[in-house]
Structure formats: C-alpha cells, structure tokens
Ligand binder design. Structure first.
Ligand code: S3P
Length: 425
C-alpha cells in the first residue's frame, strides 16, 4: 500500500493515541505468569502487542477481549505455561522475542521463536550470551532468529553488565532471573526504559558504575488491573508535526511521560518547540500528562551518548524536525539504529535526501543542516513503522504531494495513524 501526503497549512485537533506498546507487552507477559486474573484496559490493536498475545495464547494462556479494547488474562502462574504445538511467531516484534526468550529458558519444554523477514535479521547474540551464562540452552541461526530453546535442569543467577544500553536485553535477563537458583543482577551503566523494573517492583541500587537491578525466583506477580498510558513514541510524530507546520495546535491527552522515554520532549524544547504539559498524574506507576504543542521556529541541537537511549525510537522523527530547524543538528552515538526494524540511519538519510535535505551519514548517526526547503518525493518505509510515520510528517512541509510506499507498516505500532493525521487537517 502507498499513502499520499500533501503539504499542510495548519494542523488542529486532539489525537487519541494507541496505548504504550512497551508497557503493553510487559503487562500481558506479567499477567500471564501471575497467579489470578488480570485486566488490561485499552490494550493496543497494533500488530506488535498482538504478537505477544498470540504467543501467550500458544503457551496455553486464556485471554478474552471485552469491548473498548479491554482484555482479561487468566494468569497461569510461573509454572503454568504449556508446551506450544508450533513455533512462537513474534511477527515484527523484537520486544516480544527478546522478553519471551527470557521467560522460555526457564520452561521444562523446548520452544522455537520465529519472526518476520525484518525480525529474522535482528541480532540475538546480545540475549544469547547472558542467557547461556545463566546455563540456558539456546541455539541461534547465524546470531539471529529462529531461536531454539531446550530445557535445562536449572538456571544460575548472574551479575551482568549491559554492553549496549538496551531495555530488551535488560528485561530478558531479569525475566530469566525469575527462574534462577541465585539472584540475578543487571548493571546498567546508561539508563534505558525502566518499565520492567517498575512493573515488577524490582529492587534497584544506584552505584557509581550504574543502576543495579535485581531479580530472583522469589518475584512472583499477582493478578493486577493495568492501565496503560498513551504511547509517547506515537505522540512524538505529532509533537514534531505541530512544531513544523505553521499555524498548528495539537492536543495529546494522557501521554506516558516516563523520563526514560521522553528524551525527544527535552530535545524539542531545547530546539525551541512550544510544548505545554498539563493534567499531570501518575497512572499504573507511570507519570502521565496532556501535551499541547503549537508551531514554533526550531533551531539545531546536538544529541549523543547517554541522551540516545531516551529517544532511541524517536531519532527518525527528530531528524525530520532537524531538517526544518535553523543550523546543523548532530546526532551521534546512535549506532543501535542500524539494527532496528530496518537500518534507521540509512533509511532516514536516504529519504531526507530524496526530499532535498542536506544530510551527512555517519556510522553512528547523522548531521542535518536545516533550512533547505523540502520537496515532495516518493519514499519507502523500508518495512519500518517509524520510518513510514516520520516521512509522512516530513511530507507535510514539502512542496507538492509525497508518497510513502509500504505505508501500511504503520499498523505495527499505530493502526489509526493515517486517519489521525488526515483528521488534523
Ligand atoms: C523496547 C526497547 C528498545 C526500543 C524498542 C522497545 C522495549 O529496544 O527500541 O522499540 O520495550 O524494551 P532496545 O532494547 O533494542 O534498545
């Protein structure tokens, strides 16, 4: 499928965003290993969290859907998963595969985890290495999926320092720690999103070498009513859209504002964006607020190092903002983007250049000199939801009508994206 995006004269309205994808995966998995029934309000219809639900169903977990997106999960407890008849298909979802692997290494049966073409190219040694150190039996395919896990009599607790800041790897090891004989400690030198430790109330100690997060077989979640905030990573596209399209005001209610996720908010404000936060509250242990963004002239910024994990999923849309900002924006230390749903550095640079932007590509990032008028182009999503949506926002400020090929991939995280964008015109 392809979507046309014409230049916009001003965007106005409020956007109902999908619920937070990262929290949704975790809520479903933690509900599944709980004792008792859990309810998750507003569970996203997007493909990635639905992949987690279908894997859990294959493991024998009863999940019923109620109107309004609410789901009920009948927890099977930590020992209750059943041997799946088929490989667990994680679709496009790295979070499903990496977190579920942490749970599957503790099972008394063999499991195979598979994914689509994009997920089948993503690096899994980053979980294979610590899981094997715990004694797990795990076979990768040239370092990638499929992942074949076979049972072992017991797992050892380990102390593991994350070599790359990754919430998926951190969570995978902490979840494997739920089955290990000894305590497991993950040391995180650079903070990454902390939903797993918040939701499981894992003990955290702050030391000079980073955050020490512990898990153990004593952690045993109970049935819970989860409420999910709107996804900041989905809000990101509208924060930039309203900032760069003159005469815009967009309201985004109930957005998750966990500080490990909102690096883009800080970056945009430093660039001069006009973003208000109102109705701040805490919901389900996560800070939440209503964002109102109005167009404003932007100036360049430099982001690097420890700032990157807090906006890792938002770099493509930050690059779009940078193309519309005065001066040279420098993004470094973002080499992890090369191994996301696509090579996001290449995809972003390629598409922005098609639009006439001045962009330099580095192994670990890019430099964008803003201010050149963007022209409409035919762009590819590279089968990556965030590239499709970021380039659609760039199309709003280009002269003429752009085309985003492979636009339906947006449904991986935001099935209503194209309608939501159209409704703001
Ligand atoms: C996620 C962690 C990040 C992020 C991904 C979701 C999570 O991945 O990019 O979209 O929910 O834990 P990495 O752990 O690979 O950085």
């Amino acid at each position: 499928m392809a979507q046309s995006v014409a230049a916009a004269a001003g965007l106005r309205g409020s956007v109902m965003l999908p619920a937070d994808k990262s929290i949704a995966h975790r809520a479903a998995m933690f509900a599944a290993i709980s004792t008792g029934c859990s309810t998750i309000g507003n569970f996203p219809e997007s493909a990635d969290p639905q992949s987690t639900l279908s894997c859990l169903r294959q493991l024998g977990v009863q999940i019923s859907t109620a109107p309004g997106g609410k789901i009920e999960i009948e927890g099977v407890g930590k020992g209750g998963f059943q041997c799946p008849a088929m490989p667990l298909d994680c679709g496009n979802s790295g979070t499903t595969m990496r977190l579920l692997s942490g749970l599957m290494v503790g099972m008394p049966f063999a499991t195979t985890l598979i994914g689509d073409a994009s997920l089948s190219r993503r690096p899994m040694r980053r979980i294979g290495h610590p899981l094997r150190a715990m004694g797990a039996n795990l076979e990768l395919t040239d370092g990638c999926p499929p992942i074949r896990i076979t049972p072992v009599p017991h797992l050892r607790g380990i102390t593991y320092t994350l070599p790359v800041p990754s919430a998926q790897v951190k969570s995978c090891v902490l979840l494997a720690g739920l089955w290990a004989k000894e305590n497991t400690v993950v040391i995180e030198p650079v903070p990454s999103r902390d939903h797993t430790e918040r939701m499981l109330s894992l003990p955290i100690v702050h030391r000079r070498d980073g955050r020490h997060i512990s898990s153990s077989r004593r952690v045993s979640p109970a049935g819970h009513t989860y409420s999910l905030p709107a996804d900041f990573s989905a809000a990101a596209f509208f924060l930039v859209a309203a900032s760069i399209v003159g005469g815009s005001t967009i309201v985004l209610p109930g957005v998750g504002l966990n500080p490990t996720r909102t690096g883009l908010l800080d970056a945009l404000r430093t660039m001069g964006a006009d973003i208000d936060i109102a109705e701040r509250r805490t919901s389900g242990g996560e800070p939440v607020g209503q964002l109102t963004v109005r167009s404003a002239p932007l100036r360049s910024i430099q982001v690097a190092g420890s700032q990157i994990p807090g906006l890792i999923d938002e770099v493509p849309i930050l690059a779009v903002a940078a193309a519309c900002a005065e001066g040279r924006t420098l993004i470094r230390g973002a080499e992890e983007l090369r191994v996301k749903e696509c090579d996001r550095i290449h995809a972003t640079v390629h598409n922005l250049r098609l639009m006439g932007a001045e962009v330099e590509e580095f192994d670990d990032g890019m430099a964008i000199t803003g201010g050149r008028p963007l022209r409409a182009a035919v762009m590819d999503s590279f089968h990556d939801h965030r590239i499709a949506m970021a380039m659609a926002i760039a199309g709003l400020v280009a002269s003429g009508t752009s085309t985003i090929r492979g636009s339906d991939i947006a449904s991986v995280s935001f099935p209503g994206f194209w309608d939501a964008l159209a409704a703001l015109r």
